[in-house]
Ligand binder design. Structure first.
Ligand code: ADP
Ligand code: MG
Length: 478
């Protein structure tokens, strides 16, 4: 990319809050129901009904605010954002405008080993709209209002990012955070976590920002990176060929991998915001905040530092193991239950287990190997019942999900042979069968030693304790 240009990016992220019911009604927020079975009179905007604020949504917004060390507004207000669209039956969306619930905060991202602080301007509560369905309606549009009224937290960043890579790192970090906090399930296919990207370019060294375009409707990390890089190129090419960027909303088309104009600023709606007269202002006092603070879980950054300090893990393992709360819990349970060294547990989880999960396209919550069973295996390695190598074989069996490590070891006769008599007999035989190698070893060729170890292990099908074999071989070959 042309290095005379600098990119500026700010993201607006919509996270659906994981409440049971909607933000202003008692209808269910569960995903995937038959269309229009989960929209009640309030969600449909029927006359004569009034919205009632879901306290859980307020809780979740405040939890988020605390996690990004933001100012929590003691007084915030819901406003009507007026526009007409078929999936918005009231003709307005209830949102927050001038007085959002969460004020200025920040989130730290790591890119190429460097930590950078990204400012968060605000986060506000609002309701989601319904969905327009275009497939299967033969020239007509179907409307599903199940999503209408689902609580959203819109998280607006400062224009602090300077590359698509940074934007993706920020989005991932935020995704990890909301899942840690348990306030959003983060399911991007189902639209629980969506992103609008504001992108502009300016000549390097220029202080003022360039004119931005806003790319809507990006629902995967991969697409965010592609869409932004694509937009950067488009803007640079446009300016270099004498044109100017206009402020507009663009839509990313994943199939064609391009962005195209949706509407320009001139065509933009005038939303005529005003405070919603049906809803009281939200008042948050110190008692409410103290209660939430007490329930705040350990955050990813703090957990990572603790893993490094308490378990003596390297940065990479600690990062991987704290990438989700479930994985971190799994690791800590295995350490506790197996009584094995934490680093060994970490190696098994970040190595064998995650590789197998990746291959099967599963995450830790769907692991066929439970923490009890992995701990059961590691216990048998640390008490020398089996070697680490045989452990890999047992792990493959564990993956089938039908037996414990002890059952597998028993059924397959994998127990390490510690009977020194049996090992000795085999060593004697191998020494007798290989006089040439014995000669070489005794004349100083230490490398041949590995040959003997290999032969013994082969003869014993890997079940001899390697430490024991080494010791006895050394004695015998003297
Ligand atoms: P609007 O009111 O049009 O939504 P905002 O001021 O709320 O505009 O900004 C929306 C987002 O755009 C924020 O994330 C902000 O950081 C980002 N942004 C603002 N100006 C620029 C710019 N020149 N280039 C890139 N991003 C920008
Ligand atoms: Mg905005």
């Amino acid at each position: 990319m042309n290095s005379q240009w600098e990119t500026v990016i700010g993201l607006e992220i919509h996270a659906q809050l994981a409440t049971q019911s909607k933000i202003f009604s008692g209808a269910s927020t569960a995903y995937g129901a038959e269309p229009n079975t989960q929209a009640c009179a309030v969600d449909l905007g029927l006359p004569g009904v009034l919205p009632v604020l879901n306290e859980e949504a307020v809780h979740m917004a405040v939890i988020f605010g605390m996690a990004i060390e933001a100012h929590i507004a003691p007084y915030s207000v819901f406003a009507r954002k007026n526009y007409f669209y078929p999936d918005l039956p009231k003709g307005y969306q209830i949102s927050q405008m001038e007085l959002p619930i969460v004020g200025v905060g920040h989130l730290d991202i790591d890119v190429d080993g460097v930590t950078k602080r990204i400012g968060i301007t605000r986060a506000h509560l609002e309701e989601d709209a319904g969905k327009s369905l275009h497939a299967n309606f033969h020239g007509l549009t179907g409307i599903d209002l199940n999503r209408a009224g689902t609580p959203l937290l819109e998280i607006v960043s400062e224009p602090d990012m300077r590359s698509a890579k940074e934007a993706v790192a920020y989005m991932r970090k935020l995704h990890e955070l909301v899942r840690y906090l348990g306030i959003c399930d983060g399911n991007m296919q189902e639209g629980s976590f969506r992103c609008d990207a504001n992108v502009s370019v300016r000549p390097k060294g220029q202080k003022e920002f360039g004119i931005r375009a806003e790319i809507k409707n990006i629902n995967s990390f991969k697409f965010v990176e592609k869409a932004i890089n694509h937009e950067i190129e488009r803007q640079i090419e446009l300016i270099e060929s004498g044109g100017t960027v206009v402020q507009e909303t663009r839509l990313y088309d994943a199939d064609k991998d391009e962005t195209r104009s949706m509407r320009s600023k001139e065509e933009a709606n005038d939303y005529r915001y005003f405070p919603d007269p049906d809803l009281l202002p939200v008042l948050i006092d110190e008692v409410f905040k103290a209660q939430i603070k007490a329930q705040l879980p350990e955050l990813p950054q703090a957990k990572k530092q603790r893993f490094k300090a308490d378990y003596n893990l390297d940065d990479e393992s600690a990062t991987i193991l704290t990438s989700s709360r479930q994985l971190a819990d799994y690791f800590e349970t295995v350490v506790k239950e197996s009584g094995s060294e934490a680093r060994i547990c970490a190696n098994w989880i970040t190595g064998d287990l995650l590789a197998a999960l990746n291959k099967a396209d599963l995450d830790i919550s769907g692991s066929p190997v439970s923490h009890e069973r992995l701990a059961g295996l590691l216990k048998r390695i640390s008490d020398d019942t089996i070697s680490g190598k045989i452990g890999k074989q047992v792990f493959e069996e564990l993956w089938q999900g039908t037996a414990t490590a002890d059952e597998i070891i028993e059924a397959k006769g994998l127990k390490q042979i510690t009977d020194t008599g049996a090992i000795e007999a085999i060593i004697d035989k191998i020494i007798a069968d290989n006089p040439g190698q014995v000669e070489q070893y005794r004349s100083g060729k230490d490398k041949v030693f590995g040959f003997f170890v290999g032969q013994v292990m082969k003869e014993m099908q890997g079940k001899a304790n390697p430490g024991e074999v080494n010791k006895m071989l050394k004695d015998k070959l003297k």
